[in-house]
Write a protein that binds this ligand. Structure first.
Ligand SMILES: C[S@@+](CC[C@H](N)C(=O)[O-])C[C@H]1O[C@@H](n2cnc3c(N)ncnc32)[C@H](O)[C@@H]1O
Length: 540
């Protein structure tokens, strides 16, 4: 086994008085004259117990999961979780070890610690791939969330949804082929390759070699797709694994990826994109996309507000089969308002010009994405009841030849991301020209999403305003992982009485669409994993 420093830990042997199974149901008597051996000759660091003079191990302990506890000065217990390999070998859950003396017990414990340290810091060779025992991904993401997430992306139907978002896929295609000079003769890493589509685009643009890294079972389908396009496929290698864990044979000149979730950051894949940058990209290499922006503006939407508030009415029944449901009304009401609303809305619902928060993928540190704190300041264009904050995002492909934006703005051709609205359970009133301030505070959680804290305030208007007193403040807490997927078509809204019907988003704010592809009609269906790209999109 090779440690992080490159030096090999030598096999070590200890003579013991006896070992026995810890299990109370075990009827095995302690084995006498036993040798304990630390070794890594099978590629996995193990602690093996042999009965002398036999050379075949009677018990094996996988050091990746093993723990050692002292029971007394010369007695310890070794607990192991077992491993895949344990199914066919003799891994034990608990083994009591009797040492000859205290000195040998101490030496054994320190050897155990040293081997454990090497296993956790170092690398284990397995099938020729170097793997960290626990990656950055494993450290911050709940295994059940990751399992569901990669299961979702492992299915072709969900990859198809993304491929059928022609605004998305068409913009990627245009950004790549119009910037051939960034790809010709270059090494490319496709971060989260999915079906392998972006790798194939990069190969079309003349890439020397593309490494398509994909963690889900989709990697096998990508391999198939790539093999079926041999003229491109011969320059693509599919690497199955997480970008946080796999090793690649060479550095990349350019990274390509589609790591954007709802509100840009949902799914926390941007962090993987940034980790891939730090692991694989040459200095001054390129990233496609290069920057992202979260756009925000207050909105007024009485229909949406009433729709959400009404959902909780069910809990106002005093006699539901003889049961009073009202004790739960308050909680249900809060619950509905904790769901960000995902749909395509009419931009005329915005009551102030939007602002944006930029994220430079080339520069941002991964940890900076754990908490995103955005101060808000708007000037209302109309008098209205403000029901919350509307958000959307765009990303820039900063090519050497063409700069291209992919936008998910309201009023622009709809994408499968739609837009997102955080709705306040207590709306605030504003007059035209009035300032709206607040804060959008997003804290990442281990289910690959964010908790959102939103506060909006409007300053006092009219006499007394100069004193600067805050008249109204409204706050809400939402879980980006649990959105409410509403209708997918922009609705024809009657214009609010005193609301001017001008387009509030300036042309400067909405980047020019990259191509004239027709907007697909969208059909909304619920998804098993509401934290991901979701939403069935079909041409109908
Ligand atoms: C939004 S999809 C994009 C798929 C494809 N690039 C495309 O544009 O159609 C993101 C893909 O990245 C994969 N992925 C997410 N996190 C990953 C990680 N840490 N390592 C490797 N793959 C990852 C997912 O399984 C999923 O297939």
């Amino acid at each position: 086994m090779e440690g992080p420093t490159g030096q090999k830990l030598k096999q070590q042997e200890f003579a013991l008085v006896s070992v026995s199974e810890l299990s109370p149901s075990s009827s095995t008597s302690p084995s006498k004259l036993v040798v304990a051996r630390f070794c890594a000759d099978s590629g996995i660091s193990e602690l093996r117990f042999h009965k002398e003079p036999e050379s075949i191990a009677t018990r094996n302990v996988d050091l990746r999961t093993a723990r050692l506890f002292k029971l007394g000065p010369v007695q310890s217990v070794c607990i192991s979780e077992g491993s895949e390999a344990s199914k066919e070998t003799s891994y034990s859950r608990g083994i009591t070890v009797q040492f000859r003396n205290e000195e040998e017990s101490r030496t054994f414990h320190s050897a155990f610690e040293q081997w454990k340290k090497e296993v956790s810091q170092g690398k284990q060779l397995s099938n020729g791939t170097v793997l960290d025992t626990r990656s950055k991904f494993d450290d911050k993401i709940e295994p059940s969330s990751a399992k569901m997430y990669f299961h979702y992306y492992g299915q072709l139907l969900h990859q198809q949804n993304m491929l059928q978002d022609y605004v998305r896929t068409g913009t990627y295609y245009a950004a790549v082929v119009e910037n051939r000079t960034d790809f010709i003769g270059r090494v490319v890493v496709d971060v989260g390759a999915g079906s392998g589509i972006l790798s194939l685009f990069a190969a079309q643009a003349g890439a020397k070699h593309v490494y398509a890294v994909e963690a889900s079972e989709m990697a096998e389908y990508a391999q198939k797709l790539i093999a079926g396009n041999p003229s491109l496929g011969q320059r693509i290698t599919v690497v199955k694994g997480k970008v946080e864990e796999v090793e690649l044979p060479e550095k990349a000149d350019i990274l390509i990826s589609e790591p954007m979730g709802t509100l840009l950051v949902n799914e926390r894949m941007l962090e993987s994109y940034v980790i891939a940058r730090d692991r694989f990209l040459v200095p001054n290499g390129k990233m496609f996309p290069t920057v992202g922006r979260i756009h925000m503006a207050p909105f007024s939407d009485e229909y949406l507000f009433v729709e959400i508030a009404n959902k909780a009415l069910f809990w106002q029944q005093h006699n539901y089969y003889g049961v009073d449901l009202t004790p739960l009304h308050g909680s249900a009401f809060q619950g509905y308002f904790s769901q960000p609303v995902v749909d395509a809305f009419d931009p005329r619902l915005l009551v102030a010009p939007p602002i944006f928060h930029g994220i430079d993928f080339m520069k941002i540190k991964e940890e900076e994405l754990y908490e995103i704190d955005i101060p808000l300041r708007f000037t209302s264009s109309v008098g209205a009841r403000v029901h919350g904050l509307a958000c959307w995002f765009d990303v820039l492909f900063n090519g050497s030849t063409v700069q291209r934006w992919l936008s998910t703005a309201p009023g622009a051709p709809t994408t499968h991301w739609y837009q997102l609205r955080c709705v306040l359970s207590q709306p605030i009133y504003v007059m035209a020209g009035q300032e709206i301030t607040g804060r959008l505070h997003m804290i990442a959680h281990n289910a690959q999403s964010y908790t959102i804290y939103l506060t909006l305030s409007a300053k006092m208007w009219g006499p007394g305003a100069e004193q600067g007193g805050i008249l109204q403040t409204s706050s809400c807490k939402l879980d980006l992982k649990e959105p409410y997927y509403r209708m997918s078509q922009p609705q024809a809204y009657p214009i609010v009485q005193d609301q001017q019907s001008h387009q509030l988003i300036s042309t400067q704010d909405i980047p020019i669409q990259s191509h004239d592809l027709e907007e697909p009609e969208l059909m909304q269906q619920p998804s098993p994993n509401s934290g991901t790209h979701l939403n069935i999109m079909e041409n109908v």
